[in-house]
Ligand binder design. Structure first.
Ligand SMILES: *[C@@H]1O[C@H](CO)[C@@H](O)[C@H](O)[C@H]1NC(C)=O
Ligand SMILES: *[C@@H]1O[C@H](CO)[C@@H](O)[C@H](O)[C@H]1NC(C)=O
Length: 315
């Protein structure tokens, strides 16, 4: 944490200038980036001040977060939120996990489209509609489509907004099953923890590959700077997703910002496609290795059954 805390602001600012100088060019050549145009009705990280929407979100966060200002956040569109889809299995996991049921009180579901919001309100007490002007995210997104990239980056923007409002979070994809409560274990280890797809070595080894499907971030001024930098770095790689840009940031000269990041061990954060796993060690399991809603649902259902059997015999 020492290196992280002694974050080199001068270098960061210089880098920001360099990035900003690219913006004009990138915007004029890549229409995918045009989403960040302001309009009065919706929330963006640039206009938090006295924005009416920000006040609404602030009071919602206050209601949902634990007394230590930590909450769990997931984002869904309608393809994932509709009846029988990914969100239902996600919520079920909290009911069948060990000690995970009460986390539901601190779970904020962020709906990325109006239909997902309506569905969320019918099944969960804490829902927020994070509107994005000009885009309807409701239908299933292919991971290479421009709208999918906008969706992923809008999520990162939401992370920044929450941090700026003073709340720390566990940001989880909804194709993740929560089997045990990871909050006390992980939130004391570092201010920035991210899941990893190929975690081989030590949690602090930056050769680990980040998977943005599960992230813990503590609200601190340097973690906010980090998220801002991450979002700005996108301008250098306009066709890459958030995970991929995160990896790219490691190669940049300002990489000292990233040195405090810890990568979750595979044993705790499993992948649904792994052939062997120790159920006793798992906290979370992720279906990111399966693409498409149907394949995810199939594997998540199978796993939930395995888990229920495991729980029955082990308790
Ligand atoms: C970090 O991980 C890489 C790849 O697994 C390995 O080659 C390297 O030795 C590790 N570094 C440390 C300091 O453990
Ligand atoms: C992000 O992009 C990388 C590189 O293109 C790809 O390997 C990875 O699967 C993508 N992740 C997601 C969640 O789409």
């Amino acid at each position: 944490m020492q290196v992280w805390r002694s974050l080199n602001y001068v270098l960061t600012i210089l880098l920001l200038f360099a990035l900003l100088s690219c913006i004009h060019y990138r915007l004029s050549t890549n229409p995918n980036l045009m989403v960040e145009k302001s309009s009065p009705g919706w929330l963006s990280s640039e206009r938090l001040g006295h924005h009416e929407e920000a006040q609404k979100l602030r009071s919602l966060l206050k209601k949902v977060a634990r007394p230590d200002k930590v909450l769990v956040i997931t984002t869904v569109n309608y393809a994932w939120a509709k009846p029988g889809s990914v969100l239902d299995l996600f919520l079920e996991s909290f009911h069948v996990g060990k000690g995970t049921k009460r986390i539901l009180n601190h779970l904020l579901i962020v709906a990325m489209d109006q239909k997902a919001y309506m569905r969320c309100k019918s099944i969960h007490p804490h829902c927020y509609f994070f509107d994005t002007p000009g885009i309807d995210f409701a239908s299933e997104q292919q991971s290479t489509s421009p709208d999918y990239l906008k969706f992923m980056w809008r999520r990162v923007e939401f992370m920044q907004i929450v941090l700026e409002l003073g709340y720390s979070f566990f940001f989880t994809d909804a194709d993740v099953l929560w089997l045990k409560n990871p909050i006390p274990k992980f939130s004391s280890d570092s201010d920035f923890i991210i899941a990893s797809d190929f975690q081989e070595g030590q949690p602090e080894n930056q050769s680990n590959i980040a998977n943005t499907g599960f992230i813990y971030v503590k609200s601190e001024s340097y973690t906010i700077q980090f998220i801002k930098l991450w979002r700005l770095s996108r301008l250098l790689y306009p066709n890459e997703n958030d995970s991929s840009v995160f990896e790219k940031m490691k190669q940049d000269p300002h990489a000292d910002l990233i040195l405090g990041v810890l990568y979750l061990n595979r044993a705790y954060f499993g992948a649904i496609c792994q052939s062997s796993r120790d159920m006793g060690k798992l906290y979370i399991i992720h279906a990111s290795c399966r693409s498409g809603v149907e394949r995810k649902l199939h594997d998540l259902r199978l796993f939930l059954n395995d888990w229920k059997n495991y729980k029955r015999v082990s308790s």
